[in-house]
Design a protein around this ligand. Structure first.
Ligand code: CAA
Length: 382
């Protein structure tokens, strides 16, 4: 279904789908096995303009809307969820908040290289001791003349050691709790900024997930996004946008599982007939098909609200919650359809299941999405 894509959206979808199939498909299995960060994929995405698809043309981006962002993440993730994650964290969690919250000076300094893939971005909110309770961060930033001095550690950072530009959240006033959080832009190579070892993950194995360590790292006040104390809002609004991407990633993985299952069940035979003749299989395929359309509907509702400047926190949470849980459920079913073959790495469905799991965890767990949705509904109805 094409959802009446505009000419631009339809062309983008075709282009990304072709790039993903022709350039990333073969490599997806290899990097999953080796955990090797696919620099060549980043380069290809940079040349094709995918890394800055929603960034203003003024800063070298594509100037496209959030349906386009969703299309890119979905098509990449259908073929290689690791590559979808790299692109999404870079664009929606680093470049976008610089565009939305940065001074003109910061935008001019960072966006042209981020938009074209000359540099890669990352977002650092979670810490070893806090994930869901974002305001409980321990990393602090102490004022020192024209600078802040950062100390602390961040955890599970996508693009970890491979990025060049980092959006880092730190406490500038611990007593003020979430109102004392500030967002800084920090560059790789600055004194006092180092990396932990890459995490050995269940899925999206090649996306380079590491800890970040700050040991008296000096950051200029000019590198603050928004004002001192705006950081929690920067983080929350950034995650609202990112959650549309994670929902799109889950949708891409779900579509891959569905399409593999449709093909396999049409050739595999049991009891003298193709297994897609059995209702047990047909029901699984039907459930997948319905959830693909439902997920896409929720994602495009959220993306449209974003593009129209309307509130979209609840819509993004709904899209992420539904799409990620559907992807998890159906990738397990896809393995069941493939039987013993599905449990081996000869087929891709076991990778889809491992990749799907993280979509229920990062950028806010399913439990956090339910909290966001419930709070919003209570505000709406009470
Ligand atoms: N947009 C704007 N403002 C928002 C907001 C939003 N979406 N959500 C909350 N706020 C504001 C509130 O209005 C409130 O503002 P005031 O003080 O001015 O009234 C303030 O933020 C505090 O709100 P809450 O009291 O609701 O905050 P909380 O501490 O209870 O937390 C939460 C709310 C939704 C649970 C939040 O902590 C949250 O989203 N947690 C999950 C964090 C998360 O997703 N982490 C993933 C990290 S990224 C990642 O996965 C790594 C990677 O590399 C991919």
């Amino acid at each position: 279904m094409d959802f009446n894509y505009s000419e631009e959206q339809a062309m983008l979808q075709k282009m990304v789908s072709n790039i993903a199939k022709n350039e990333f498909f073969e490599r997806a299995k290899e990097i999953d096995k080796s955990h090797r960060f696919p620099k060549e994929n980043v380069e290809i995405m940079g040349v094709a303009g995918l890394l800055g698809v929603t960034i203003d043309e003024k800063y070298g981006g594509g100037g496209m809307d959030y349906i386009c962002y969703s299309i890119v993440v979905e098509e990449l993730s259908k073929i290689c969820a690791t590559t979808g994650t790299i692109m999404s964290a870079h664009l929606s969690l680093c470049a976008k908040p610089i565009q939305d919250w940065g001074s003109e000076e910061l935008k001019e300094k960072y966006l042209p290289d981020l938009a074209t893939g000359k540099t890669l971005g990352a977002f650092a909110l979670s810490e070893p001791g806090n994930g869901s309770d974002a305001a409980a961060m321990r990393t602090d930033a102490k004022e020192d003349g024209d600078y802040y001095i950062l100390n602390g550690s961040k955890a599970w950072i996508t693009n970890g050691a491979e990025a060049d530009v980092y959006l880092v959240l730190a406490q500038t006033d611990r007593a003020a709790k979430h109102k004392g959080v500030t967002a800084f832009i920090v560059e790789k190579g600055w004194a006092g900024f180092s990396f932990g070892k890459p995490e050995d993950k269940l899925g999206i194995r090649a996306s380079s997930t590491t800890q970040l360590h700050f040991d008296n790292c000096k950051v200029s006040k000019a590198n603050i996004l928004g004002k001192v104390g705006d950081g929690f809002k920067v983080a929350m609004t950034t995650l609202d946008g990112g959650r549309i991407g994670m929902a799109s990633q889950a949708l891409g993985i779900l579509r891959a599982a569905f399409e593999d299952s449709i093909q396999y069940s049409n050739v595999r035979e049991a009891f003298g007939t193709k297994i897609n003749e059995f209702q047990a299989i047909q029901f699984k395929l039907a459930n997948m098909g319905v959830d693909i359309d439902a997920a896409r509907g929720l994602i495009y509702m959220a993306a449209t609200a974003h593009d129209e400047g309307k509130p979209y926190s609840k819509l993004a949470a709904q899209a992420k919650l539904f799409a990620s849980e559907a992807a998890m459920r159906h990738t397990v079913e896809a393995i069941q359809i493939h039987g013993g073959y599905g449990y081996t790495t000869e087929y891709n469905v076991e990778r889809y299941m491992r990749d799907a799991k993280i979509t229920e965890i990062y950028e806010g767990t399913s439990e956090i999405q339910r909290i966001v949705i419930a709070k919003s509904l209570m505000k709406e109805y009470l």
